[in-house]
Design a protein. Structure first.
Length: 96
């Protein structure tokens, strides 16, 4: 069971990093630092969108329109950290 908790923690941590990378890539594209006509940039952006968009879409639909500011990655990161801490709070004391 301890190994399962470590695996869940690792997967959540990796997903949080993917969310951060996705946000940074979108900023770099918005400020024309990266060009989406580059195949490598396009494929990295496509993979990151496909991995993050299914969880970000419901949050974006729930939030009001804030103009050009998208805070859905921040909300999802906070939710993932809360859920990870909640799982460790309830399951970790019984294992040690």
């Amino acid at each position: 069971m301890k190994s399962l908790l470590i695996l869940v923690d690792s997967v959540v941590s990796i997903y949080i990093w993917i969310l951060i990378i996705n946000a940074i890539l979108s900023w770099l594209i918005a400020f024309n630092v990266l060009n989406t006509s580059n195949r490598l940039v396009y494929s990295l952006l496509d993979v990151s969108y496909k991995m993050t968009d299914p969880l970000l879409r419901p949050i974006r639909n729930f939030l009001p329109n804030l103009g050009g500011i998208d805070i859905s990655p921040v909300i999802l990161i906070l939710l993932l950290m809360f859920l990870r801490n909640l799982v460790f709070e309830f399951l970790a004391p019984t294992m040690f």
